[in-house]
Design a protein around this ligand. Structure first.
Ligand SMILES: [Zn+2]
Length: 139
């Protein structure tokens, strides 16, 4: 789960009525988004060859602390929610733990060493809603 190169997915169920997420990553208080680098673009709907980028990339330096963007219930790595509440997944985060509840703003994990996997990329947390709809409105 902590192996470099593995895609770590942290499923998160947002249990608050968040219409706007709080700071996701230390060093990026404005939740600035990945724009464009040699690996592609970070907005929802960006092209990935024949596929479409189904999430939004928030800039986060390798090794930075990652915070809960709202009050969340952690759902492990593989849990898929069918709950009506907002459900999203965070990619490239090494979670401190994978179950239990975390308050908005509390640390939930550490940004993976993305540069060792994708040299030159803008290191980022990939935020993807469980239904793969556009998460941009929450940022
Ligand atoms: Zn992404």
């Amino acid at each position: 789960m902590r192996a470099v190169g593995a895609v770590v997915v942290l499923a998160v169920l947002c249990v608050c009525d968040a219409v706007r997420f709080g700071q996701l990553c230390s060093g990026n208080p404005a939740n600035n988004r990945r724009t464009s680098d040699s690996w592609g673009q970070g907005h929802y709907g960006a092209r990935r060859g024949t596929r479409v980028h189904a999430g939004l990339d928030i800039v986060c330096s390798d090794g930075a602390a990652v915070y809960a963007p709202c009050d969340v219930t952690l759902g492990g790595r593989l849990t898929v929610y069918t709950d009506a509440s907002l459900c999203f997944k965070l990619f490239y985060v090494n979670p401190d733990r994978t179950s239990g509840s975390v308050r908005k703003g509390e640390r939930i994990g550490t940004m993976m060493p993305m540069q060792s996997v994708y040299p030159g990329i803008t290191s980022h947390v990939h935020v993807q809603l469980c239904d793969k709809s556009d998460p941009t409105q929450y940022f």
